[in-house]
Design a protein around this ligand. Structure first.
Ligand code: GCO
Ligand code: MG
Length: 408
């Protein structure tokens, strides 16, 4: 069997999805998602200029060797751009493998460990009242788990994933605001004083059952993260996400000494080497990697297996920056993983998105049910894709009040 061609498409409804389609001499094609949020043209160029010319003529069934060829052959290993490009190739090769076998991917991983995979939605509000209403809506829709992000009184600008006072959430993922980032101002003290109380009020309003998640988004120093984690203990969070930047894999030791709050980290990681110590030293409870960003299914399965040895559960990233292709790959991994935790679920489930990516995975009552179609269980309408083109967008940047650059 041989790969005969491969094409890259950039664009989509409300998002610059980067879609890879690999064709073979047996008429079977595979799909992959190389969407690196707000840097989409770079994995696309890496695929077109370097990887695809080396794919043509290879046997698509040799997905492990192809992964090793690209990873080791790059010499300058890893990083978000290359791993997103490898990730798309790896997803597409697994898609082909499943279609050849006539089996949904979860069967190739080891079958189902559960019927439905619990997901969480994003509740948000410019103030606590708005946030409480937002949580109530998701509870109404049957979600068992909700992430809560709240505007902080007195903070000069709307914070991470929070609407501004006029109620419109400047969603950098879909606002194509051009390549120059807008600036958000962050004040740790205000956040540390306000957020624990806000979380306690949400818990009081919705009772002990609802799983509450909160994303600090890399903004605290290790000491501050330890103090914050201790302050929110009584809220009994399902997880506290990205409390402190984790390039320093030792930073979490202090937090672990002061709190038993479950910690979730990993969405910005690109390989097992970014998180092996966090997992082996059991400094986290959930690994938040995304199948695109860590080089695809082959590599993410290694991370899931290592995590499983250390009581660490999965909590795959699932912001709208991932196309239904990588969300489909994660749906199969969520069905299989013996140490599944939860799935973030924010695909832009609009009619346009469904038209571009026909898909058999279903979301019901806060659970995702994986498709039994062979391979990934998602397709891509090339003709429909002609409606879209790349439009530049950028993450915001964050500065402290005195202008010091901080962590977005
Ligand atoms: C999350 C993430 C996102 C990121 C986004 C960056 O928990 O979903 O923190 O909101 O900000 O994926 O591109
Ligand atoms: Mg996050």
């Amino acid at each position: 069997m041989k790969i005969t061609d491969a094409k890259v498409f950039v664009g989509g409804p409300g998002k610059n999805y980067v879609t890879l389609k690999i064709m073979t001499d047996q008429g079977i094609h595979g799909l992959g998602d190389a969407t690196l949020n707000n840097r989409e043209t770079l994995p696309a160029a890496y695929l077109r200029d370097y990887l695809i010319p080396n794919l043509i003529g290879t046997d698509p069934r040799n997905s492990e060797d192809i992964w090793q060829f690209f990873y080791r052959g790059a010499y300058f290993r890893g990083g978000p751009i290359a791993m997103a490009a490898f990730g798309a190739i790896d997803m597409a090769l697994w898609d082909i493998k499943g279609k050849l076998a006539g089996l949904p991917l979860y069967q190739l991983f080891g079958g189902k460990s559960r019927e439905g995979a619990m997901v969480y939605a994003h509740a948000t509000g410019a103030d606590l009242d708005e946030l409480l209403d937002s949580v109530a809506q998701y509870v109404e829709q049957g979600y068992k788990a909700v992430r809560v992000q709240c505007g902080i009184p007195g903070m000069p600008t709307a914070g991470y994933a929070v609407p501004d006072k006029k109620g419109n959430i400047r969603n950098y993922i879909t606002d194509f605001s051009g390549i120059r980032p807008r600036v958000e101002i962050w004040e740790t003290d205000r956040y540390m004083r306000y957020m624990p109380e806000a979380l306690a009020r949400i818990r009081a309003r919705f009772g002990p059952e609802l799983k509450l998640l909160h994303d600090v988004h890399h903004r605290l120093l290790p000491r501050e993260a330890a103090a914050f984690a201790r302050a929110v203990e009584p809220v009994n969070l399902f997880w506290l996400e990205d409390p402190t930047p984790a390039e320093d894999q030792d930073a979490l030791r202090l937090l672990r000494q002061h709190s038993t709050v479950p910690v979730a980290i990993g969405e910005v990681f690109n390989s097992i080497w970014d998180c092996n110590r966090l997992i082996e030293d059991e400094l986290i409870d959930f690994i938040r990697v995304a199948v695109t960003y860590v080089g695809g299914i082959t590599h993410v399965k290694r991370i899931v297996d290592l995590a499983g040895l250390h009581h660490v559960r999965t909590g795959f990233h699932g912001a709208p920056s991932h196309s239904p292709i990588s969300m489909a790959a994660q749906a199969h991994l969520n069905a299989w993983a013996p140490n599944f935790g939860i799935q973030e679920y924010l695909v832009l489930g609009t009619p346009e998105c469904d038209a571009l990516f026909p898909c058999g995975h279903r979301m019901e009552n806060g659970m995702v049910h994986v498709s039994d179609a062979p391979g990934l269980g998602v397709d891509f309408d090339e003709k429909e894709s002609g409606r879209y083109e790349y439009r530049p967008g950028s993450h915001p940047v964050v500065r402290l009040e005195d202008g010091t650059m901080w962590n977005y």
